[in-house]
Design a protein around this ligand. Structure first.
Ligand SMILES: *Cc1c(COP(=O)(O)O)cnc(C)c1O
Length: 494
């Protein structure tokens, strides 16, 4: 991402003067070093976790997850209450979801976002009530929509005109009224990796609010006329008119989500301003009052020392001020607000433990033609348990976990065991010179978009998820995949 990475070390990576120190922008308070220098998670030393559960393993702090869920919920509630507005906070389940996690989120007063029939099935198995669930996705199948309506989900977020039509017809056929939000594209390009920015115009999510895009909706001129839509209108206005006219849709409001791993406040504020302004135009035009707006998630977390994540209170206060100002400017009462943090709750709650295997020094030539050495440290997982470095060139930090990382530190690259040279876990980091096979490494910030994106590439079995809490002994909430599990779908010579 951005500038060409440095051959040896990027400018943001500093030589650790105190290698045992855990930066609190990356490591939550559940992660501490014991007197011995060993890393502990909610009081349990990693050596005990490794002895019981082996590596690679995701270790997920229930205490941190619950604390962050409550912290985000109350930050948004408090900030908006100051303006007399009400808020629902949804946990974006796609970032990390197991039945236990779904229950923890519910316990902490959060609603749950799902993005597929499978995520919905998991929420159902966890016993999350339908009215506390929203269904997202840009290509929901008929079966997914039917399942959502059958289970009585609280919101279906429609992403296109054809989807509004399909939801309306399935709901009518089932004799139900579907509670629908319409996802719009505010045309804001968030400063994050292109693959996780979702509000600029040229991508698959949402419906354009830009004037003149109505003809793209695929309706005939006669159909548009019947809806009172002209060629100057926006694509999203077509969806609004269709949903408004349908007796099987209860149009609740608008939704936008500008992307993920975003640090700057401006993007969120600009998007909120655009969507609220458009919403007021709709209210005037259609003579209704859309009661809700969902402003999505996307709050960035600390992965490495270069990240400075903002606190939930700061984010919530800025957004509340912006929303209240915009509503006052356009002459609209503040609607009910929803937010959908995912990564910012789950990400910092989880780490991955790996065992060091082969260590290899590789001679490389620098820009002056001089030979230098790069140390490659191989671990027992890689792109199958964390595909983010391959997908987004994501940077991670790492620390030696089973003992104190003392003495000289050497610039290293931590790599996985897959048959790809791009299978990098940490591109640049410092690790102790005396690092040896059998040492345990801990990678922070892997609670989001790791377990849920894991694969069986090279037929590696997927790691377990070990939950920790100060109140309970560590336990697996997802067990390690066995070779039996992995091979079960191979039907042989049929
Ligand atoms: C992914 C997603 C989120 C959560 O994003 P984070 O970056 O994990 O906070 C919220 N809402 C929608 C619609 C999403 O697709």
């Amino acid at each position: 991402m951005g500038a060409e990475p440095a051959l040896f070390a990027p400018s943001w990576l500093t030589y650790p003067q105190q290698p045992a120190h855990l930066l609190r922008s990356i490591w939550m308070p559940s992660f501490k070093r014991a007197e011995s220098g060993e890393l502990t998670v909610d009081g349990t030393p990693v050596s005990a976790l490794v002895e019981e559960f082996q590596t690679p393993a995701y270790v997920f702090s229930e205490d941190t997850f619950r604390a962050r869920a409550t912290e985000f919920r109350s930050a948004f509630e408090t900030a908006f209450a100051a303006h007399g507005a009400e808020v629902s906070v949804y946990y974006a389940g796609k970032s990390f979801l197991t039945t236990a996690v779904a229950k923890w989120a519910e316990d902490e007063g959060l609603y749950l976002d799902t993005a597929s029939g499978g995520e919905l099935a998991l929420a159902q198995r966890a016993g999350v009530p339908g009215e506390r669930i929203a269904l997202h996705g840009n290509n929901k199948s008929v079966a997914e929509i039917r399942r959502a309506l059958d289970y009585g989900v609280g919101r279906i977020v429609a992403d296109s005109v054809p989807e509004v039509q399909i939801i309306a017809s399935i709901a009518a056929e089932m004799g139900l009224v579907a509670p629908v939000m319409l996802r719009v594209t505010p045309g804001v390009h968030a400063s994050t990796h292109d693959f996780i920015a979702t509000a600029h115009e040229d991508q698959k999510f949402g419906q354009s609010m830009a004037a003149g895009t109505a003809p793209l909706a695929g309706l005939t001129v006669v159909e548009l006329n019947e809806l009172g839509i002209t060629a100057e209108d926006a694509y999203a206005t077509v969806a609004v008119a269709l949903a408004h006219r349908s007796e099987s849709i209860d149009l609740r409001g608008l939704h936008c989500h500008i992307g993920s791993q975003i640090f700057e406040a401006d993007g969120f504020g600009a998007a909120a301003q655009k969507v609220l302004t458009y919403m007021q135009q709709l209210n005037e035009r259609f003579g209704f009052v859309l009661p809700e707006i969902d402003l999505g998630g996307g709050y960035g977390i600390g992965y490495t020392e270069q990240d400075a994540p903002r606190g939930s209170a700061e984010i919530a206060t800025e957004l509340a001020d912006m929303v209240s100002k915009t509503c006052a400017n356009v002459g609209m009462a503040i609607p009910h607000l929803s937010f959908e943090p995912g990564r910012s709750i789950s990400g910092p709650s989880g780490i991955t433990l790996y065992t060091v295997g082969t260590i290899k020094n590789v001679a490389i030539e620098d820009e002056n033609g001089d030979t230098r050495v790069r140390r490659y440290v191989s671990v027992d997982g890689g792109m199958s348990d964390n595909p983010r470095p391959v997908l987004y060139e994501s940077d991670y930090a790492v620390t030696l976990a089973n003992r104190e990382p003392a003495g000289e530190q050497i610039l290293s690259r931590v790599v996985g065991k897959h048959c790809e040279s791009g299978d990098i876990v940490i591109r640049y980091c410092y690790l102790p010179a005396d690092l040896a096979a059998g040492d345990i490494l801990a990678v922070p910030g892997t609670g989001a978009y790791n377990h849920v994106m894991s694969s069986n590439y090279n037929y590696l079995t997927r790691p377990p998820v070990i939950a920790t809490s100060g109140a309970k002994a560590p336990r697996a909430i997802v067990r390690r995949e066995t070779e039996e599990d992995m091979l079960a779908r191979d039907l042989g010579l049929v």
